[in-house]
Design a protein around this ligand. Structure first.
Ligand SMILES: Cc1ncc(COP(=O)(O)O)c(C=O)c1O
Length: 388
């Protein structure tokens, strides 16, 4: 049997190391160019990313959060408006809606995909609704044909949160190319990660692209002429250089994730007390491999996580508290039980180590470790039952 190895939830340095001299050269070139904000490298990255996603325009910015804010602002979403979204996401999804002065309206998720439940969206539409903000969570692509048809029927804009889904497709078409705008994060753990913060917005609408580009630079329409109150949200040239080196590898990085997802499926499929994510999902980029460990409250899941940790296997819970139950959103009035599927998931989900450089040995260690942790749980329950 292999020696136990420490398994991190991700290993960012290894990916940058693998790119070696090419990356070093690209970074040094920017350093010596003296052009650190904007310039040819940023423009080249925007062109290359537009080609990858298949949209006419890409506006780079400083983060995925800013991408969402810029898209909503440019679509004239603001005070008095509602945006329908999911509460089972990173906080920034809803925070961006609030940041433009609008109100997030949360709809529960589909229990099989963990994505915005499109069957429930129509009931949440009001005269104030301006946009839908679906999230391709964990890289799982939402049914964008249905989503766009629904939005069109109600005259709503669609901003896709693609932060976790660079390289994902729906019906063979990249996410971020379906909605009025697609918002990507280049946070280091994402499928296409920078060596720091970064983000961008994809769109086919030239006017929207222009507005977003201006808003990202203090609402500046021409040099020192400010037509709107905007932001300072730019992608650094150094980050663009890193991203340009990594972008040609995106497909193979995603393929590695897909391969690992299938290996997890094979290795874990026979285990009891565990719910696997749907495995046969074309276009899934597997930013995360999220299993569910059902049990009372979070007890079983937490116990399994602790047992894995003791074996050197580090997992993460995305996300332990749904957005609608966060202290910052208590004023929205979503009490406990208001989104039962989302709240149930928050008690049960556990993200296993998943990154392109995860070795077969590490993955086997996770599979064995999880089998052992689940067995331990069953044994401790049996013990409790015989000693009430
Ligand atoms: C679903 C989702 N939306 C938005 C964001 C925000 O992206 P950033 O961290 O680049 O601001 C993230 C980042 O974790 C995310 O996961």
């Amino acid at each position: 049997m292999d020696q136990p190895v420490i398994v991190p939830p991700f290993d960012l340095a290894r990916q940058l190391d693998a790119l070696g001299p090419e990356l070093d050269q690209a970074v040094l070139k920017v350093l010596h160019s003296g052009q650190y904000i904007g310039g040819p490298v940023v423009a080249e990255f925007e062109r290359a990313f537009a080609q990858t996603v298949g949209t006419a325009h890409v506006v780079s910015c400083n983060s995925g959060t800013d991408a969402l804010i810029l898209a909503l602002r440019a679509l004239d979403v603001g005070p008095g408006h509602e945006v329908i979204t999911t509460s089972f996401s990173f906080f920034a999804t809803a925070e961006a809606i609030s940041a433009v002065g609008a109100r997030p309206v949360f709809v529960d998720v589909d229990p099989s995909t963990y994505l915005l439940d499109l069957d429930r969206v129509e009931a949440a539409i009001s005269p104030h609704t301006r946009a839908l903000l679906p999230v391709h969570l964990f890289g799982y692509p939402l049914d964008m044909e249905r989503c766009m048809a629904l939005a069109q029927r109600h005259g709503l804009k669609v901003v896709e949160d693609c932060a976790q889904a660079a390289g994902s497709h729906w019906a063979g078409r990249p996410v971020g190319s379906w909605g009025h705008a697609g918002c990507f994060s280049f946070f280091p753990t994402k499928n296409l990660g920078a060596a720091g913060d970064g983000g961008c917005i994809t769109t086919n609408d030239p006017q929207l692209a222009q507005r977003m580009g201006e808003l990202a630079v203090h609402g500046m329409a021409e040099r020192y002429v400010h037509t709107a109150l905007g932001y300072n949200s730019r992608l650094d040239a150094l980050q663009a250089a890193v991203l340009l080196v990594k972008l040609p590898h995106l497909q193979s990085l995603v393929r590695a994730r897909q391969h690992q997802a299938m290996a997890y499926g094979q290795g874990l499929g026979h285990l009891g007390g565990l719910v696997l994510p749907p495995l046969q999902v074309p276009g899934h980029s597997w930013n995360q491999f999220v299993v569910r460990i059902p049990g009372a409250k979070s007890h079983s899941r937490n116990q399994v996580q602790k047992s894995l940790q003791q074996q050197g296997i580090n997992t993460i819970i995305y996300y332990p508290t749904p957005i609608h139950r966060q202290p910052a959103y208590q004023d929205l009035g979503y009490g406990p039980g208001s989104l039962p599927v989302t709240e149930g998931l928050a008690h049960e989900v556990l993200s296993l180590p998943m990154f392109p450089e995860l070795t077969v040995t590490q993955q086997q260690q996770v599979i064995r470790g999880l089998g052992g942790a689940l067995q331990e749980r069953i044994t401790s329950y049996a013990h409790l039952e015989s000693n009430p």
